[in-house]
Design a protein around this ligand. Structure first.
Ligand code: PLP
Length: 191
């Protein structure tokens, strides 16, 4: 039994219907309300490793994971005609927002250990795009597919070498840890 792997199934706590009723009763159906504020505060604590970080990290609840990737790309200044590097082995929502903005996804293959973006192929792709277009890709989107953290230290090292912001798509990685820290959407976005 010790080698059994438990899958994380969605489950109800039993309190959902009373919270839905409360939202209707208190007319906080739109736009936000105390429960969204509470959720953001709880989430911030959950994903924060230290007191210092608690003061600097911002957590914003959005309608969907796709919206988070979309907003992060806008924050990085992605415009029509730009290129954005994205993991090829992923759910389509990692790349759709790139095309919403009129930019072009440049897909990078995964490595064998984590099945996420290969840092070596990332550098090959960056060099290739600079050589062929004369422009750097505007952002890099690695993914924590199936909850498995990517080799983010190596990816960040390449990104820093070329000064390109990284947007972490952690939609499937919620609760996963890398070097003892929770992975989160867009943690390393530097714009
Ligand atoms: C890797 C990944 N990115 C983004 C998303 C988008 O999340 P949403 O469906 O909430 O828009 C998903 C959803 O499954 C996903 O798996």
């Amino acid at each position: 039994m010790s080698n059994r792997i438990y899958l994380c199934l969605a489950h109800m706590s039993g309190k959902e219907q009373s919270f839905i009723k409360e939202a209707f009763d208190t007319n906080w159906v739109v736009p936000l309300g105390p429960n969204v504020n509470g959720f953001e505060a709880d989430l911030k604590e959950f994903v924060t490793a230290s007191i210092d970080e608690l003061e600097t990290k911002e957590v914003v609840a959005l309608s969907a994971g796709t919206a988070a990737v979309h907003l992060a790309l806008i924050a990085c200044g992605v415009k029509p005609g730009d290129e954005v590097i994205v993991q090829s082995f992923t759910f389509c929502a990692s790349s759709h927002p790139i095309t919403y903005l009129g930019a072009k996804p440049v897909f990078v293959d995964s490595e064998m250990d984590t099945w996420n973006m290969d840092p070596e192929l990332l550098e090959v792709a960056i060099k290739d795009r600079i050589e062929k277009t004369g422009k750097k890709p505007k952002a890099i989107v690695p993914v924590y597919l199936y909850g498995m953290p990517a080799k983010i230290d190596e990816i960040i090292a390449v990104a820093e070498k070329y000064d390109i912001p990284v947007i972490e798509d952690a939609a499937e990685g919620f609760g996963s840890k890398y070097n003892g820290r929770c992975v989160v959407h867009s943690e390393n976005t530097v714009c």
